[in-house]
Design a protein around this ligand. Sequence first.
Ligand SMILES: NC(=O)c1ccc[n+]([C@@H]2O[C@H](COP(=O)([O-])OP(=O)(O)OC[C@H]3O[C@@H](n4cnc5c(N)ncnc54)[C@H](OP(=O)(O)O)[C@@H]3O)[C@@H](O)[C@H]2O)c1
Length: 284
Amino acid sequence: MRDDAGVLVVGGGYLGSAIARLVGPSVTVVRRDATPRPTRPLPAGARLVGLDLSTGEPEDVRRAFAHLAAERPVVATLARPQGSDARFYPIAARRLAEALPDHTTRLVWISSTSACPDVDGPVDEHTTGPVGPRGRMQRAAEEAVRTICSHRGIPWVIVRLGGLYGPSRPIGGWWTRRGPGAVVPGHGWIATNLVHLADAARIVLAAAREPRAEGRTLLAVAPDHTPRRLAYARAACARGEPPPRFEAPIPTDRRVRGKRVDGSHTATLLKYRFLHPVHAYGLR
Ligand SMILES: NC(=O)c1ccc[n+]([C@@H]2O[C@H](COP(=O)([O-])OP(=O)(O)OC[C@H]3O[C@@H](n4cnc5c(N)ncnc54)[C@H](OP(=O)(O)O)[C@@H]3O)[C@@H](O)[C@H]2O)c1
């Protein structure tokens, strides 16, 4: 993407700030408030706007976006703040899609692979089936984006991201933070569906630019599906830590369980080559 493309990034957290750094000085970033975050640096010259999508009056939000979003792509990387309404995603999606000005060139809504059906086996963008409560919230948000943007004539793309990891968010880091005695629930012989931050940010920007992505639901997941138990052990080893303990033994048939999200069609459509097709361990 050209540096002067002027993307508007709504949500400047782990992923949003990485996208902003790729876009460069022409980027505008919306966070709940405009306080700079040292751990989520933005490029020099970036514009940072404080605007709370959930609590702001709809008319104020609309007025703010009238100036921010006209004639440029909008990338929404909002994540539910701790303690907020469980319906955060559908509420934020609806508010954003309604607030964007008519001339927004594209809304890229970041969803999650939790919206992919909970099947025991391969899943791609066409697989249908039921999901759990988290997936239902993500699907409700996606549906709000599709319906409102289609009705308003705003081009949209949905990108379902796998588990994000990278600098400061190592694989299995949530487990390590619980302390050395923590036991990971289950047997962990489950396919991983991860994506490195650097790949996620590039895939999202490619989705904002590629004409054939319009009106599609894409999957940003690396091709490596190493079972969680093994991936956590390798990450711990790379950090010089003992492997985690799992609650249950590996199933005797050693068949890897869980959904395996196939991101290959998205990579082909976007002509994207992963920087980290294989999980990168040892990141801090
Ligand atoms: N992390 C994962 O493993 C994972 C996996 C799959 C999908 N995803 C998706 O990836 C996206 C980004 O995740 P992340 O890890 O980058 O999240 P994050 O670091 O928590 O950042 C979320 C950003 O959203 C902003 N935000 C939250 N509520 C807002 C509101 N009401 N109004 C305006 N801004 C608001 C936050 O603002 P403040 O900076 O002011 O707090 C923050 O900048 C999310 O859509 C998430 O669902 C993540």
